[in-house]
Design a protein around this ligand. Structure first.
Ligand code: C2O
Ligand code: CU
Length: 435
């Protein structure tokens, strides 16, 4: 397929056209859908007035095709991203630009889109799907995207926290309604495409069955009331429609109560990722992202939910050759800022390593490794309750996380960084070289 990044004029806020950047003229960009084993070619045209790339976040592909800051496409330039989707890689991913210093700006201007990789045999194929791409942004009175001057107080807060907005989008829409039939179970694929915001997701009054994360499905579903989704993380979960409340006799039977019975808020609950000095005043407000509306179509009986989704073989800690310690402090990794010409971590192709990411400051920093899916071993020494494939893991303030990774197939230079994009831009990024 062809993807062109170019300036566009789009009303992100209805009725208020703004100067944005868009992939193929839309925000978010087109969803890329493919199957495991597919050979994917993305003909990319950079028609922006600045350097950019397409980084297929989380996809296991050759380093040259990673769209990292080492593989810049100049303004007016073209590049073919060409790779094959590996067996076992089915999952929810996304793409975004990754130029040095400008990722937060370009994503905030509108450059992000979803990637769905499907399995040949999908244990959840029977469930109707919804793809929900989460984003937030901030606007001036006339609807244009509000980028604060670095020398102002909002600019300083953006630099500390990463740029957040007070307008929430799901697939580019503000508070859309999601329709579901009574009794129906839907599979939601949720992507956090926000530059800086961490979501604490819940569907009010519903239990969710969490079935997958960054690198695809879990081994077994897990029932949860809420789930934390850090920047660039993905979650798959099953949601069941409520009772429409009418025909079989709701509480009062009135028209309004009938309606209310079938409506649930999809929301983000307060989550304190911030340092106390720069914590936004409204951090403790829950925000509605969308409404889930049980419609009046005939109720359905959802198919049974399989108890085993797939097998995830554990990476062998006994085989680990090295332990790499990565210390996150404010704006720094191991006390240094990004240097494009420096290799920070050396590793051997097909070796297995443990990484220990320590966050020594009072603000969360989500860790992302390019190119390879990993497994979380423990968080602050507490063993991870179950295995999953991840490419990003939140490292909360003053805590540490250990992961294990095997560098299969692809040698080269790979980024790892904090996925608060402003932090990454300001140098909270480093390079792994696999040889
Ligand atoms: Cu989602 Cu280095 O990126
Ligand atoms: Cu950070």
């Amino acid at each position: 397929m062809t993807i062109t990044a170019a300036p566009a004029r789009i009303a992100m806020v209805p009725g208020k056209p703004a100067d944005v950047y868009a992939y193929n003229g839309s925000v978010p960009g087109p969803t890329l859908e493919a199957h495991e084993g597919d050979h994917v070619i993305i003909h990319y045209h950079n028609r922006l007035p600045e350097e950019s790339t397409i980084h297929c976040h989380g996809i296991h592909l050759p380093a040259r095709m990673d769209g990292s800051p080492l593989e810049i496409v100049p303004p007016g330039g073209d590049f073919d991203y060409d790779f094959t989707l590996k067996a076992g890689s089915a999952g929810t991913y996304w793409y975004h630009p990754h130029p040095d210093n400008r990722s937060e700006y370009q994503v905030s201007k509108g450059l992000y889109g979803a990637i769905v990789v499907r399995a040949k045999a999908d244990p959840l194929a029977a469930f109707p799907e919804k793809l929900l791409i989460l984003s937030d942004n901030r606007f001036t009175g006339n609807g244009s995207i509000d980028f604060a001057d670095a020398s102002t107080l909002p600019g300083e807060l953006d630099a500390e926290n990463g740029r957040e907005g007070n307008v929430f989008f799901v697939n580019g829409q503000i508070e859309p309604a999601i329709s579901i039939r009574a009794g129906e179970t839907q599979r939601w694929r949720v992507i956090n495409a926000s530059a800086s915001r961490i979501y604490r997701l819940a569907v009010a009054g519903r239990t969710l069955l969490h079935v997958g994360s960054d690198g695809g499905l879990f081994e077994h579903p897990v029932a949860v009331k809420e789930l934390l989704l850090a920047n660039s993380e993905r979650a798959e979960f099953l949601v069941t429609g409520g009772d429409t409340g009418g025909e079989t006799g709701g509480d009062t039977g009135g028209h309004n109560s009938r309606h209310a019975a079938g409506v649930a808020k999809f929301e983000t609950l307060p989550y304190d990722r911030y340092a106390s000095q720069t914590r936004p005043g409204d951090w403790d407000e829950a925000r509605t992202l969308a409404t889930l509306r049980t419609n009046y179509a005939r109720p359905v009986l959802a198919p049974p939910i399989p108890n085993t989704l797939r097998v995830i073989p554990p990476l062998d800690t006994g085989a680990a050759r090295a332990i790499h310690v990565v210390v996150f402090s404010q704006g720094l990794i191991n006390n240094a800022v990004m240097d494009m010409h420096r290799v920070d971590v050396h590793a051997t192709l097909n070796a297995t390593d443990i990484w220990e990411i320590q966050n020594v400051v009072a603000m969360d920093h989500p860790f992302h490794l390019h190119g390879f899916q990993f497994q979380v071993l423990d968080r602050d020494g507490v063993p991870e309750p179950f295995r999953s494939w991840k490419d990003v893991v939140n490292v909360p303030k003053h805590s540490s996380v250990r992961i294990i990774v095997r560098y299969t197939d692809y040698p080269g230079r790979w980024m790892f960084h904090c996925h608060i994009l402003g932090h990454e831009d300001h140098g909270m990024m480093a390079i792994l070289e696999v040889k």
